[in-house]
Ligand binder design. Structure first.
Ligand code: GLN
Length: 360
């Protein structure tokens, strides 16, 4: 009881201070932005000094990891420096804690799917989204046409390619350009900063995405796409080519952790009642056919992208984003998985662990 009160007191004290904290050396950066009145932080959330120390440890421990390979089915992604490595945490009371290459923009790729799901939920509500898009793990790779044919809902879920293309088709807008502007504007509000398209990545994927076009027509066969198939694939390809750095991505996750309110701008971007559906879908399918192992070992709702990013959410506490391009077989960044598992373990971020709610 007493210990818990001390923890609460400490976290209140830390939330009230807006000093800069710099721990460690080299390219380590940390900043604390004044907290907004909407910030809510779990009384058992780790303190930023602790977070900085642990992410520094993880950075040093995993920087020599050489396993994995850049995605090369999108030619532009094969050109990205595979040594780039950055880790960022943004807390729900708006502290940004970072180490490594956290200013380099990379393509958000499939992490975009989470926020298009959020936008579809804003417009249509959870019942309609569930009916139109479904929410089942496919047990197959992210670009599988077999999953579309086999699954009774014919989309799998909004985080595999077929379901994500269907999600884009469900978002309202008179023209593809109107939809795209709405999506980009929405992602920017979730990030708390204006985001832009990485044009070279978009052009590179648009020139080679025959598989996604095939998926869109397969969806049409089952009446599971709700706008023109190729136009939907084009907007989907653009959303995957949005550029983010690790801090921006962590802030996008922190908006989810903060019940839909961006911790930096104080703006409510996502309805509070839609957050559980989004996080549960991330836990179930955020790392594709690696999701079961991820849930088992890490226990944080997360989403990966073939650009090398992974964002993982600690509800009521914050989010961690890691950028490191080399991927495993399932298309998930090798280093990002290692780092997040290490940090989740040290900072009690695993939502299935009683330690995550302060019981040690
Ligand atoms: N744009 C990529 C694709 O459609 C996204 C895949 C991913 O990040 N897993 O193939």
């Amino acid at each position: 009881m007493k210990a818990r009160r001390i923890v609460t007191l400490l976290s209140l004290l830390s939330a009230a201070t807006t000093q800069l904290f710099l721990l460690g050396t080299g390219d380590v950066q940390a900043q604390a932005v004044p907290k907004t009145s909407t910030a809510k932080t779990s009384p058992v959330a780790p303190q930023r000094e602790q977070i900085q120390a642990i992410i520094n440890e993880a950075y040093n421990k995993f920087k020599g990891e050489t396993r994995g390979k850049n995605a090369d089915y999108i030619p532009e992604l094969a050109k990205v420096d595979s040594k780039l490595f950055g880790i960022a945490v943004v807390s729900t009371d708006n502290h940004s804690i970072a180490v490594g290459d956290t200013k380099t923009a990379f393509s958000i790729q499939s992490i975009a799917k989470v926020f298009s799901l959020a936008l579809a939920l804003e417009e249509q509500g959870p019942e309609k989204v569930f009916e139109k898009l479904g929410s089942e793990p496919t047990g197959r790779p992210f670009n599988s046409p077999i999953a579309v044919v086999d699954m009774p809902t014919h989309t799998g879920n909004p985080l595999v390619n077929a379901g994500a293309i269907a999600t884009v088709s469900l978002i309202s807008g008179k023209t593809p350009a109107e939809k795209w502007n709405k999506i980009l504007g929405f992602y920017s509000r979730v990030a708390g900063e204006k985001l832009t398209l990485i044009d070279a990545v978009y052009k590179s994927e648009a020139a080679t995405n025959t598989g996604n076009k095939a998926l869109s027509y397969l969806l049409a066969k089952y009446d599971r796409i709700y706008a023109d198939p190729f136009e939907s694939v084009d907007v989907y390809t653009k959303e995957c080519s949005v550029g983010v750095n690790a801090v921006q991505l962590a802030r996008m996750g922190a908006t989810l952790a903060n019940d839909g309110v961006n911790p930096a701008t104080g703006e409510r971007v996502i309805k509070r009642e839609n957050i559980p559906e989004i996080l549960s879908t991330m836990m179930m399918a955020g790392l594709y056919d690696g999701s079961g192992g991820w849930s088992w070992h890490v226990g944080m709702p997360a989403k990966s992208g073939v650009g090398g990013g992974i964002v993982a959410v600690a509800p009521g506490k914050g989010a961690i984003a890691v950028f490191a391009p080399p991927l495993d077989e399932a298309g998930n960044s090798v280093k990002a998985q290692e780092v997040i598992q290490y940090v989740a373990n040290k900072l009690d971020y695993n939502i299935y662990s009683p330690a995550s709610v302060g019981l040690k």
